[in-house]
Design a binder for this molecule. Sequence first.
Ligand code: GTP
Ligand code: MG
Ligand code: ZN
Length: 307
Amino acid sequence: MKGIVVKSTGSWYNVLDEEGKAWKARVRGKIRLHEADTSNPIAVGDRVLLQPDPQYPDTCTITDIEPRSNWVIRKSNKLSSRRQIIAANIDVAVMVAGLAAPRTSFGFIDRFLVCCEAFHIPAIIFLNKTDLLPSGGLELLNEVGEIYRNAGYKVITGSAATGQGVDELKNEIAGKTVLFAGHSGVGKSTLLNCMFPEAEARVGIISAAHEKGKHTTTFAEMHMFAGNTGIIDTPGIRDFGLVDILPKESGQYFPEFRPFLQQCKFNDCSHTNEPECAIKAAVEDGQIPMQRFYSYLSILQGEDVFS
Ligand SMILES: Nc1nc2c(ncn2[C@@H]2O[C@H](COP(=O)(O)OP(=O)(O)OP(=O)(O)O)[C@@H](O)[C@H]2O)c(=O)[nH]1
Ligand SMILES: [Mg+2]
Ligand SMILES: [Zn+2]
């Protein structure tokens, strides 16, 4: 019997089988792991083989994991070498970000996008809470939108409170397995409920608690709709430590850098101190946005913490 992991809470997993029936599952014995050295060998989105447990109803054992088409992984925290798989087998990732309460930094967005590029996961940016934009905020919103649209990303501006942009997002993700990521409090769960009221995802109250890393959503969980749209709501991520990506290769993961990369004088150009660097030239004449170049530099320097 085959199934898909929709939630992981430690040693137990919630799994849906192909008929949509829910099971509680556990790993017993030895199974083949694709990623050693992670805090969670089985992640939400994993396709697994199941063996029903004859003794207990609705309970089964996970006997194998199918190879993943992709996965998003991060360092659990700055000091740790432990890696955490956020989700696996994703068709599209939605970065929920905001210019208001809480405001998302470019660095955080860019780090997530680099990760998506590295694992070949198409990404959409949803700039939420447009109803709360401060005065002059619309201009900034458009500017931010342009930066990412020019890089080739789909950008939707909207609000889970007013419903603006929500249908557009829903159309983009229909029939797909979707990862919702972003800081705590940006409105991931609210957006999910707005698209699919039957989701009934828990929504938090913005408070000082968010600053202390207290999350309303505490475990990544896939919500399945109409049998074929799976939305993975995740706890807000504060830091996004990149793993398995060499800093010096990260230029390739900025799509708008690519047309220039071949034009640098040195083919191993780091775009910092080298002469005749096409990337720096493109930044100088405005073809590459300064913010994106800064994000590149910070990844290159191996800086870990973004908030
Ligand atoms: N004004 C306004 N408030 C919003 C919007 N979207 C979400 N909120 C509010 O923001 C707060 C946090 O929303 P959540 O959906 O819990 O945020 P989250 O991203 O799921 O947070 P975590 O689960 O902690 O990661 C709630 O009070 C929502 O009502 C929006 O577009 N406009
Ligand atoms: Mg949430
Ligand atoms: Zn260069």
